[in-house]
Write a protein that binds this ligand. Structure first.
Ligand code: CDP
Length: 791
């Protein structure tokens, strides 16, 4: 029995608890090149699969001749849509209750769509097999944007769907139209803005891939695959392949970046599984870079028209906007009835806006499926971008400094919990404090003076602000589900007799550092050093059922489950402590890592001593062991807040703009690992910079993907990425057991508007209101030269 007293209480930071900037344990294998990714998996007798993709965006398939492919030595299987159809697998359901072609049968609907696949002894033979397949296409006119898709004479893309006579995917509205119309009638100033948030691609370093292994003797299916949500995949495979769950094992090993790209079920996964079932051998499919870039989940691609009703003193009276989203050929992102067009109505949640009205339509086009949650909760990034671009334009229209305009409208600390005009309940925040901290850090007043001075010498300086709160951590289960499964998450903790532990959760890390931070939560709750806690995720045979990692939901949901299961363990350990100390439970107090007798604090037992007792000295009648699980259903989303401020200088001769400084103030509640949080923010800001500055992927009139390689679609490197100055405010989340809010996506969501607002501010004397992203030098130059908006 330990004799420690209160004065020797464990130092939480020293044991790697909450607040410790603990080095990432997973990096020990990553930086040595010892990670284990799907492509590292090799099974005995494994074959290789390659996919033949459509070269055209819209065409009827007249014939597919596979005979030459079958003749190539080493080719084991050539799979077409027709063959898949015989097994009822030519189409699959999507997240949003739409259908998506696994292999095309009737038509191809986007460039890069999967038409056939070949399985061979090695990937090169499989590739040769794909090239030997002859497909005869009858071209059809292509539709490449949602407004073109809505035109009356537009060709119907989804003529496979019964009753579908146009390209409308969904139509949805929220808010109070009458009240909003009245607000606009009373407005002194109405500020309008139209813009396009262009398509972008998550572009993880690791492409998608799978190794499917169907054992014909046991009829068990094991799939190693790049997925952010293994349990959802298992449920989907069970439904589609009609196999019971206990015969399916999905293993998601190390993932080289997900960013939302690895949430959807792609045809390649289904084909690899089907081929393995047909051949009775393991089949590996590893997508190539262009395949990933042109055919897997795109993000964004949304057109906005909106306006703010303003009083002359700058108070917002109402907001209304319309959004047209380009869903691509198959609707595979958020289901509008569950996610309300992907939470676009979280817009303006940080401002005290009395009323608002949103309408939104989604359209099918001849592009790869779009709208994945690329480092955001579906369409939240677009919503926040439009919000902050409109706020910047409105500040100009109402004649107010943009910081002051925001200050007058931000929700005040005493207004929480605050109900937004679109129905969300934001729970906490110190928005003014974040803004003030950001302004002070950037030296706002001084910059305005410098800008004025510089202008006298023909230099164009600009400053851009973006403030936002966003909903992170779906569910709760009342409002959110995927395929009917509610959006809770889970954790299972086993404490071994020596006091070491293994923790498993239903989330799946893709680089965010869960192996490090989840152990810190256990350390915080139990006083077991974080180094003594092994964290495992991603194997459906061992991990408890969970909904996976996306939309920064891990900390708000799975992280909360980790806290809750630790508390269950502590409750049992308390009984063990009472037994060991020979007092009643009521006489026991807890301090980090130790129970002690209230009246005699020197008499105590450590959590490790309790663990040993759970296996070797439990009281009569107590079930042995020290393990438990917790399923956590969050009462609400968490609402982090951020203020990003960027300064730039624009070269009027070339349109090139350089970032001078970037200041970020993030409030994500209690930070479990401050270093990891900072890494998340820097990563998000890097992506925000890239989206605003350089990333351009688009489609020509025939639906050919322009920018479909990494020579054209630029990924930011350390060379061009600016430095970031990070600051923090901490407002604990009132309903999260640790007070934490999500943070992973904040900077990618709120950042882009700060960069664009800064460039627009540098052009404020030209009368230009908008340049669509990416704000490329030629666009800036054109805007300066013409004084017109550039889209
Ligand atoms: O769902 P995802 O892991 O992408 O996002 P997240 O929940 O925002 O967490 C990203 C990383 O930051 C994880 O390692 C978290 O544990 C960590 N984090 C933290 O240390 N403190 C917070 N308040 C939020 C996240």
């Amino acid at each position: 029995m330990s004799e420690a007293t209160n004065s020797t209480q464990l130092d939480e930071v020293r044991i790697g608890g909450i607040g410790a900037s603990r080095k990432r344990v997973e990096d020990a294998r990553f930086i040595r090149g010892r990670g284990s990714y799907v492509d590292d998996i090799t099974l005995p007798g494994m074959l290789h699969m390659e996919i033949l993709r459509s070269p055209v965006a819209h065409a009827r398939i007249k014939s597919i001749d596979t005979s030459k492919a079958w003749e190539i030595p080493g080719v084991r299987l050539v799979l077409t849509g027709e063959m898949a159809a015989q097994r009822n697998l030519a189409w699959m359901p999507t997240l949003s209750y739409d259908t998506q072609a696994v292999l095309a049968t009737d038509k191809v609907r986007f460039q890069g769509q999967e038409v056939a696949c070949v399985v061979a002894d090695d990937p090169y033979i499989a590739k040769d097999g794909c090239e030997a397949i002859v497909v005869e296409y009858e071209p059809l006119p292509a539709v490449v944007n949602p407004r073109q898709a809505m035109a009356e004479d537009a060709p119907v893309i989804r003529d496979d769907k019964e009753g579908q006579t146009d390209n409308l995917c969904y139509s949805w509205e929220v808010g109070d139209k009458e009240a909003t119309d009245r607000a606009f009638e009373q407005a002194d100033v109405i500020s309008r803005l139209s813009l396009h948030y262009p398509r972008s691609h998550p572009s993880p370093i690791e492409n998608c891939g799978a190794v499917a292994s169907f054992d014909q003797a046991t009829e068990n299916l094991t799939v190693y695959m790049t997925t952010q949500a293994p349990h959802i995949i298992r449920a989907a495979v069970a439904l589609v392949a009609e196999l019971p769950e206990h015969m399916i094992r999905i293993i998601s090993p190390d993932i080289g970046g997900g960013f939302g790209n690895k949430v959807p079920v792609y045809p390649g996964y289904v084909c690899a599984i089907l081929c393995s079932i047909l051949l009775g051998k393991p089949v590996k499919w590893i997508e190539d870079k262009s395949g990933n870039l042109i055919s897997t989940g795109f993000a964004r691609d949304m057109y906005f028209d909106g306006e703010l009703a303003l009083r002359s003193d700058g108070r917002i009276l109402g907001v209304r906007f319309h959004a047209d989203t380009d869903q691509g050929a198959f609707f595979s992102d958020a289901q509008p009835s569950k996610f309300k067009i992907g939470l676009v109505h979280s817009a303006f949640a940080c401002y005290d806006v009395p009323t608002g009205h949103i309408t939104a339509r989604g359209a099918y086009t001849n592009k790869a499926p779009g709208g994945v949650a690329y480092r955001c909760s579906f369409r939240v990034t677009e919503a926040m971008f439009f919000q902050e671009r409109l706020m910047a334009a409105a500040a100009v229209d109402v004649g107010l400094d943009p910081a002051e305009f925001r200050r007058r409208n931000l929700v005040r600390d005493d207004q929480f919990p605050y109900r937004t005009p679109f129905g969300f309940l934001t729970d906490s925040g110190q928005y003014q404090k974040c803004l003030d901290l950001g302004l002070e850090a950037i030296g706002y007043d001084q910059f305005l003076e410098d800008k004025e001075e510089a202008a006298k010498r023909g230099r164009r300086l600009g400053i851009g602000i973006s403030t936002m709160t966003e909903p992170l951590g779906a569910g709760n289960s009342r409002e959110y589900d995927i395929l009917g499964i509610k959006m809770f998450d889970s954790a299972e903790l086993r404490v071994h007799p020596t006091g070491k532990a293994i923790l498993r959760t239903g989330a799946k890390t893709q680089g965010q550092g869960h192996e490090t931070t989840w152990a810190q939560i256990v350390a915080h709750e139990l006083g077991i050093p974080a180094a003594d806690v092994l964290v495992e995720e991603g194997d459906t045979d061992t991990a408890p059922f969970g909904m996976g990692t996306y939309a920064s939901r891990s900390t708000p949901v799975a992280g909360a489950a980790v806290a809750m299961v630790s508390r269950k363990i502590r409750a049992k350990a308390r009984k063990l402590a009472a037994h060991l100390l020979e007092v009643s439970e009521e006489d026991i107090e807890w301090e980090l890592g130790r129970f002690y007798v209230r009246s005699a604090p020197a008499r105590g037992v450590s959590i490790q001593e309790c663990a040993a007792a759970a296996y070797g000295n439990m009281p009569d009648g107590m079930e042995p062991g020290l393990e438990n699980n917790a399923y956590y259903d969050p009462p609400n989303l968490t609402w982090p807040f951020a203020c990003y401020i960027v300064t730039v200088e624009v070269d009027p001769e070339s349109g090139v703009w350089d970032v001078l400084r970037v200041v970020a103030v993030d409030d994500c509640g209690v930070r479990i690992n401050p270093m990891i949080v900072e890494g998340q923010i820097m990563g998000g800001l890097t992506e925000a910079y890239a989206m605003s500055n350089m990333q351009f992927i688009t489609f020509d009139a025939d639906g050919n993907c322009v920018g479909s390689n990494y020579m054209d679609y630029l990924l930011p490197t350390a060379w061009e990425t600016p430095g970031f100055e990070l600051h923090e405010v901490t407002t604990p989340c009132p309903h999260h057991p640790l007070g934490a809010k999500g943070v992973g996506e904040c900077a990618a969501v709120g950042g882009p508007a700060a960069f664009v607002n800064a460039v627009m501010d540098a052009l404020s004397d030209t009368g230009v209101r908008n340049i669509d992203m990416p704000v490329l030098p030629d666009r800036v130059w054109e805007a300066i030269a013409t004084g017109q908006d550039v889209s």
